[in-house]
Design a protein. Structure first.
Length: 66
């Protein structure tokens, strides 16, 4: 499990406040011996601020993350 620091949403900021004094979510990922992600426990889709359409959480990466 990894604690991922985030910019907290305006509503519900206290839900993401942690003991280190920052805002974060917990992420659990299982990878195989070749660093392939084989399971990720992501939060459910949420609407963006002032929107109704649900947007899923995704992984964003670049060449720095093989």
């Amino acid at each position: 499990m990894q604690n991922i620091q985030i910019t907290a949403p305006e509503l519900g900021r206290s839900l993401y406040f942690n003991y280190k004094g920052t805002h974060s979510i917990m992420l659990m990922v299982v990878a195989d011996a070749n660093y392939n992600v084989i399971y990720a426990d992501l939060p459910n889709a949420e609407a963006l601020p002032l929107r109704e359409k649900l947007v899923p959480f995704i992984f964003v990466a670049d060449d720095a993350f093989a």
